[in-house]
Design a protein around this ligand. Structure first.
Ligand code: GLN
Length: 531
């Protein structure tokens, strides 16, 4: 293997890895070792990773290399040999699953999330677990108890959040695919900030089993990649019915099937109220308009659609989200598991101190808000109307989709901000003004990188939104736009051939060393994950 090839892991595409393995240009072991070496050499600057999973990676690679030798690589799955990593709210047996919280700093997963198991069963090589905002509350990773991740395009800026580590890892070429979760924008906004493809599928496409819950009616898992095709491969691996999550749906979709079809004859919606929204920066607006022009030139019809109730999405979300979070986070009680503050004679004192110290300020804010909003008398004033608003917004989208196949919108009103720049919580909440209504309605939404903003020179994503369970529509439009903009590059300072790399070495803990005596799940390449 040439030095250049070695440095390119894991900055390769799914197709490149698979073809290289099949042609014996390199081995799965080389992919695993070079990927882990690259993380150790560079991630000190980005802090995308919290923990590596070297032992698992090498076991998986050994199984793949045995399959190559036996001529059975094709049976190993569509992600054979592809370096992947997981947001740290996804359980993987024998690894820490901390949700970037002191509350779960010592928690070791006794089981594996379905989305993770399916990724590994598809043959992917697991590199590690990724940093995030605490319990996925935030838009910048600044609420992580273990320190923020940095944007690989500019280390003085946030990568977005809450799946900031997942976005930074792909943007820096430190994984080919990562998984994140999106409750109000947490896949799409960091994808936009770090210049990656980032897909939040329709609610129910991917099983939530084993993913630590934030807002159970809103959460959805999806992939970060550097190309639309890679995202489709990832979705093929993780999507579909899982008997362990009753909201997951049986699907018979090959997400790669219509990527080359183009947009000729498609109708694509633009929402005038989004384009005129206060706070939308000129450079982001210009990029959405530019993407619309390209789509028109490629043969699509651009149609204006109205979502008359979408402006209420933010208010509804900050009622529904905290209520669900309050309920979900009740389980971290310091008794069954979670941080336990020592030295309390009475149980109430232990609860109070453990939850006060185990949760950071944003988590405590959401819990207090949720407990208030669900209290008697208040419930009727806020929670109930928020559910009614939810129905209205869902109906708005349904009406819009009678006219169009897909909607084009901004992802985030602006490009990546600097650390500390957005300090007021309600200003931070505005990061998701264009993404939240999609979780409320349960549609599919994704961010596609469309180059750099004219004013800041930082990555900009445009959002494509699909009707429920028609996620293939947005992928098709994204693939057409990608023919204009090209696949997402690795951030220049992290490019395999960068003259002056921005990365810095790190000594990350590895799951196998950090958790001695715990049985790792072993090789999953042949595993039958989920049901
Ligand atoms: N930024 C939003 C919030 O803090 C969305 C987070 C998410 O999607 N997990 O709630």
């Amino acid at each position: 293997m040439s030095a250049a090839t070695e440095r390119a892991f894991p900055a390769m595409s799914v197709r490149e890895v698979r073809e290289g393995l099949a042609a014996k240009q390199f081995s799965a072991r080389e992919v695993a070792e070079a990927s882990l070496a690259r993380i150790r050499a560079l991630d000190g600057a980005t802090h995308a990773y919290l923990e590596t999973t070297e032992q698992l990676a090498l076991e998986q690679a050994a199984a793949l290399d045995a399959a190559v030798a036996a001529g059975t690589l094709d049976a190993c799955g569509p992600l054979a040999g592809v370096p992947v990593a997981f947001k740290d709210n996804m359980n993987l047996t024998g690894t820490h699953t901390t949700c970037s919280s002191t509350m779960l700093a010592n928690y070791v997963s006794p089981y594996t999330a379905t989305c993770v198991a399916r990724t590994l069963a598809a043959g992917a090589i697991p590199l590690g677990k990724l940093n995030m905002d605490e319990f996925a509350f935030g838009s910048s990773t600044e609420t992580s108890a273990f320190g923020p991740s940095k944007n690989p395009w500019d280390l003085t800026r946030v990568p977005g959040g809450s799946s900031g580590g997942s976005a930074a890892a792909v943007g820096a070429g430190l994984a080919t695919i990562t998984l994140g979760s999106d409750t109000g924008g947490s896949i799409r906004q960091p994808g936009s900030f770090c210049g990656t493809v980032a897909v939040k599928p329709t609610y129910g496409v991917v099983s939530r089993y084993g993913v630590v819950a934030f807002g159970s009616s809103l959460d959805q898992v999806g992939p970060f990649t550097r190309s639309v095709e890679d995202a489709a491969y990832a979705l093929n691996a993780i999507a579909g019915r899982d008997a362990l999550d009753c909201t997951s749906q049986a699907l018979a979709i090959d997400f790669t099937a219509n990527l080359a079809q183009g947009v000729e004859g498609m109708r694509i919606g633009i929402v005038p109220a989004f384009m005129d929204a206060q706070g939308l920066t000129a450079e982001v607006k210009a990029k959405v308009e530019e993407a619309a022009e390209h789509l028109r030139a490629l043969g699509a019809e651009i149609v204006e659609v109205d979502l008359p109730n979408a402006q209420a999405a933010m208010s509804a979300y900050y009622v529904l989200g905290p209520c669900e979070a309050f309920s979900n986070l009740a389980r971290f009680d310091s008794v069954r598991y979670g941080y336990r503050d020592p030295g309390h004679a009475d149980l109430n004192g232990q609860y109070e101190a453990s939850r006060a110290k185990g949760f950071g300020p944003e988590a405590r804010r959401r819990i207090m808000l949720g407990s208030y909003l669900l209290s008697a008398g208040v419930y009727e004033t806020y929670y109930y109307p928020a559910q009614q608003v939810r129905t209205l917004i869902t109906q708005d989208y349904e009406r819009a989709y009678e006219q169009v196949d897909c909607i084009l919108a901004p992802v985030s009103p602006r490009t990546a901000f600097t650390f500390g720049e957005v300090s007021d919580p309600t200003d931070m909440y505005l990061s998701d003004m264009f993404t939240i209504s999609i979780n409320i309605a349960g549609n599919g939404g994704m961010s596609l990188p469309v180059g750099l903003g004219a004013d800041t020179g930082l990555p900009v994503g445009v959002q494509l939104v699909s009707p429920q369970f028609k996620d293939e529509n947005m992928l098709r439009v994204a693939a057409a736009l990608e023919t204009v903009y090209g696949p997402a590059p690795v951030a220049p300072g992290f490019a395999p051939d960068a003259a002056a790399p921005l990365g810095a070495p790190t000594t990350l803990p590895d799951a196998a060393d950090a958790v001695p005596g715990v049985d790792l799940p072993g090789v999953l390449v042949d595993g039958k994950a989920g049901a």
